[in-house]
Each structure stands twice: as structure tokens, then as C-alpha cells.
Write a protein that binds this ligand. Structure first.
Ligand code: NI
Length: 227
């Protein structure tokens, strides 16, 4: 399941993060890659322990917690601090799979990466190339979204960022450990939750059928969730 979250960040939040990130220290993206992915990775990242990364990360985390769509899709147990990357001409991140286990920067805490998120901070007309392509059971999906929009996809997927040929692609990316480890179960819960919400919108908050489906939803979460 690959879902997009439109307008996760407001235009003001995008502008603020871009201003802050402009004065951050950027390092070679290979510093956070394993030996296998380092071969296919050519980009720049903000030092995740820097003041700028932490400040912008907090903007993004606050936005995630007010996004019903993100929360419904990811069912987060823990979210690693958002990181930031940039791709200019000739930079790319060839096809790879993200590490299953990651440490929070500067901590011994480890999380299992279940859900990957990219938040676009550049507008699509600011750069050429730089599509995020994700292999899904229904073929390769190519994603390039407006600034402030996000894409959420299973961390189990093979994916790449195609070479940027002009301009600069600025984005945030991070991983979530979900309460629902299994992608199939997580996807069913997302669809059920969306259907309940649609039913409530159409028939009112007190619709008895929506209530009955909500009972099913919460009891499935009880059966499947790790907390
Ligand atoms: Ni990746």
C-alpha cells in the first residue's frame, strides 16, 4: 500500500523548514548508509543531530500527529526523528531496500522500520528527474509531489530516487515502527478506517452501522497491535 498525504505541511511550514535547512551543515549521504547501499547512494544530508535537523524534525512530527490520514495509514508505535536530504544534478539513490533495524541518532534505541515516509520540500517544477519509484505488487509506482505533501509506503519495498538532472530536490524522510507489523493487516485496517470515516461523513457520526464497523476495527487492532 502506497498512500499520499496531501498538504501534510502548510506552505508556511515548508518555507520555514527551507529557510532553516539552508543554514544547516550538509554532509555526504553515504555517512548513514550501510556498505551495500552506499554504492548506489549519491546525495547530501543534514547532520541528524544538528539543531536545524531537530527544529525541522519537530515541525514534521507535529504535522504527523495532526494528520488523521498518516496516523491511520502508519498506526505508529515509534517514529524516528525526521532526516533531510538534497539531490542536485547527477545525484541519485539507486534501487535498494532500507535497513530493517535502525538506531535513533545519538541513542541506543533501536526500531524496526515498517513504514517509510518522504515529505517533499521542493516543488516539482524546481527540479528535473528525482522521482521516488517504489516496487509494489502491482508494478512500479513513480511519485513526485508538491512541496508539503507526503508519501507513505512499506519499508519492505525496493525503491529508488532517480537521478536529478537539473535543479535541486529537497525532502525529509524517516521511518516508523508500526503497532501493526504485518503490511497486509495494516493495509486492511487503513481501508476499514477510511470506509468508516466515509460512512460517518455520509450518514452522521451516530450512524449505527458505522458504530458496528468501528467495533470490528478496534477489536482487530486489539488482536494485532504491539504496544
Ligand atoms: Ni531508501
Amino acid at each position: 500500500m502506497l498512500i499520499t498525504v496531501p498538504e501534510l505541511l502548510t506552505p508556511a511550514e515548508v518555507g520555514h523548514c527551507r529557510t532553516v535547512l539552508r543554514r544547516a551543515a550538509w554532509v555526504d549521504g553515504r555517512t548513514t548508509a550501510g556498505p551495500i547501499t552506499a554504492v548506489v547512494k549519491a546525495n547530501r544530508q543534514v547532520d541528524p543531530t544538528s539543531r536545524e535537523a531537530i527544529e525541522c524534525g519537530e515541525v514534521i512530527l507535529a504535522a504527523l500527529h495532526r494528520s488523521a490520514e498518516f496516523l491511520s495509514a502508519a498506526l505508529p508505535l515509534r517514529i524516528l526523528p525526521p532526516m533531510f536530504n538534497a539531490y542536485g544534478p547527477g545525484e541519485r539513490f539507486g534501487i535498494h531496500v532500507d535497513n530493517a533495524i535502525r538506531n535513533a541518532p545519538g541513542s541506543r534505541e533501536r526500531i524496526r522500520t515498517d513504514v517509510s515516509t518522504t515529505v517533499f520540500l521542493s516543488e516539482p517544477d524546481e527540479y528535473e528527474g528525482g522521482e521516488l519509484t517504489v516496487e509494489t505488487p502491482f508494478g512500479v509506482q513513480s511519485v513526485k509531489l508538491a512541496a508539503g505533501h507526503a508519501v507513505v509506503y512499506p519499508s519492505t519495498s525496493l525503491h529508488e530516487v532517480t537521478p536529478v538532472t537539473a535543479g535541486e530536490r529537497l525532502a525529509s524522510f524517516f521511518w516508523t515502527q508500526s503497532m501493526i507489523r504485518d503490511e497486509g493487516e495494516r493495509s486492511l485496517l487503513f481501508d476499514l478506517d477510511q470506509a468508516i470515516q466515509d460512512l460517518r461523513d455520509a450518514r452522521g457520526e451516530d450512524d449505527p452501522h458505522a458504530m458496528r464497523l468501528s467495533f470490528v476495527y478496534h477489536n482487530l487492532v486489539r488482536r494485532w497491535a504491539e504496544t
